[in-house]
Design a protein around this ligand. Structure first.
Ligand SMILES: Cc1cc2nc3c(=O)[nH]c(=O)nc-3n(C[C@H](O)[C@H](O)[C@H](O)COP(=O)(O)O)c2cc1C
Length: 257
């Protein structure tokens, strides 16, 4: 069963096997969601993405764009690391990477949909993710909702109705979570894991790199060597203390090398 109560804000909940998923916030404006499809075919992965999108559209005003990676010219990363060291504009490959990046920049929500090929994402999706490796060095996209839709849930095809029903329930739960992220009004406080990534990365960048490195200059320009996190986030006392501990660990790791 799935229904909404329309009070001053949109409030909805769905029941799936006794689990209640709340749709918490109202979408203030039309949200743009881009689905990057890593299958060379328009079949199970696309259908799962469409089901996900139909759920989102039933919660609020959403503009969905499907981007089939197979239709774009994307070369394999050559491993030169120019994007890490000098900047992404120095990548020697001249292909459609920046068109795809622009689509991500212009989206409020991003979905990576891929089939499972040999217990991995497809080669199309992996190539795309490799070409975005510099984003892990210089994070961006704060405030955007991300999720992955994987199409692998059974190796036996065609699926029986019970399997299909279970998948639909999982898709519904994931789409509620995604919608809540999409319509979030404020940036979230970092989890301990994310705080650790930020503090340890910035400590090693500060100690091991210098002005010659794009990462170093980026952290400096953004004020990330002094800030609590990538963006203004109120950290409680426990997270503040843990943040110092992560910096201590980062320093030990950097100086022991
Ligand atoms: C090369 C290849 C490898 C695959 N490996 C797996 C696998 O490891 N596990 C799995 O559950 N399904 C695997 N599959 C099945 C696909 O994940 C499944 O057919 C999926 O629905 C394909 O998505 P599509 O219909 O969007 O192309 C594989 C399929 C191919 C073609």
């Amino acid at each position: 069963m799935f229904f909404y109560l329309n009070l001053n804000e949109l409030v909805g909940y769905s029941f799936t096997y006794g689990e209640v998923c709340f749709i918490k916030r109202e979408a203030l404006k039309m949200k743009k969601v881009t689905v990057f499809i890593g299958s060379p075919r328009k079949q199970a992965t696309y259908q799962a993405a469409q089901e996900f999108a139909a759920n989102l559209k039933s919660y609020g005003e959403i503009d969905i764009e499907y981007v089939f990676l197979k239709d774009y010219h994307l070369e394999y990363c050559r491993g030169c690391k120019s994007c890490f060291v000098k900047g992404e504009e120095f990548c020697p490959l001249k292909d459609d990477r920046d068109i795809l990046l622009e689509k991500m920049n212009n989206s409020d929500g991003i979905i990576f949909a891929t089939p499972n090929y040999s217990f991995q994402v497809s080669a199309l999706m992996k190539t795309f993710l490799d070409r975005l490796g510099f984003v892990l060095h210089r994070p961006r996209f704060f405030g955007k909702a991300f999720t992955a839709v994987g199409c692998c849930l059974t190796a036996l095809e065609p699926m029986i109705p019970l399997e299909q029903k279970k998948i639909s329930q999982e898709i519904k739960k994931a789409s509620v979570r995604f919608y809540n992220e999409l319509t979030r009004q404020t940036l979230p406080a970092p989890s301990f894991f994310r705080l650790m990534v930020f503090r340890m990365s910035r400590t090693s960048i500060r100690l091991m790199l210098d002005e010659k490195s794009r990462d170093y200059r980026h952290y400096k320009e953004k004020g990330w060597f002094e800030s609590d996190y990538y963006y203004d986030a109120s950290l409680g006392i426990i997270k503040k203390l843990t943040g110092h501990f992560f910096e201590f660990l980062g320093k030990r790791m950097a100086t022991q090398r």
